[in-house]
Design a protein around this ligand. Structure first.
Ligand code: GLN
Length: 203
């Protein structure tokens, strides 16, 4: 199995390290042709305007949308979540992928100096709280019916969501030692890979 990490800007090295620590290969993605034979896509944290602009510039928007339609699992963290959302249009050059039915508000928790870490209850990851590291994160202001809430901050503010094989977090699992969120995501990738193989064998 091979995971592609969008490496245009931001915390891509940290995501690659997290995936590698779990014994899975991860490759840097900067061009559309690097997307073949990829079993999952991670969009890192960073600056969503820069990442979105470069996705358009390098012709990655269309192929990424196709992969999402095919059910290839995506994980977007912080700026990555913004890239996957359906709003936040500044101009055509900055239009997000619009692959998840979530509307977000950028920088909703304040500026860089208001960064914080808060233990989060994420039942899908087990009983132990997960260290939620928030750095100028977005807030989900609206989530469609197909979107499942995986975690809330202060009991009522969704900060981790899943829609089919697409996962997005307002915080940074790639910047903490706890690997359970990556583990959870990679299990989805493994499942998708095995069902696709079986499907290919049957057809
Ligand atoms: N504030 C950034 C943005 O709007 C996201 C910050 C982050 O990824 N830590 O793109």
């Amino acid at each position: 199995m091979k995971i592609g990490v969008l490496s245009l800007q931001g915390t891509f090295i940290e995501h690659i390290n997290s995936v590698n620590k779990l014994g899975i290969e991860a490759v840097e993605i900067r061009l559309p042709e690097q997307l073949s034979n990829i079993n999952g896509i991670i969009i890192p944290g960073g600056e969503s305007t820069t990442i979105t602009y470069l996705m358009h510039y390098y012709g990655l928007v269309h192929p990424l949308k196709i992969l999402a339609k095919q059910g290839i699992p995506f994980l977007g963290t912080c700026a990555g979540m913004i890239c996957m959302a359906c709003n936040n249009h500044i101009s055509a050059a900055f239009e997000p992928l619009n692959i998840m039915d979530i509307k977000i508000m950028r920088n909703a928790f304040g500026r860089q100096r208001s960064s914080f870490e808060e233990p989060l209850e994420i039942p899908a990851l087990g009983d132990q709280p997960f260290p939620g590291l928030f750095i100028r994160g977005p807030r989900i202001v609206n989530a469609g019916k197909r979107v499942k809430i995986l975690a809330c901050l202060n009991g009522n503010m969704p900060v981790a969501v899943r829609q089919g094989n697409l996962i997005a977090t307002a915080f940074h699992p790639e910047l903490v030692k706890d690997l359970r969120l990556h583990e959870y995501y990679l299990e989805i990738c493994l499942l998708k890979q095995s069902t696709t193989k079986t499907h290919k064998q049957l057809t």
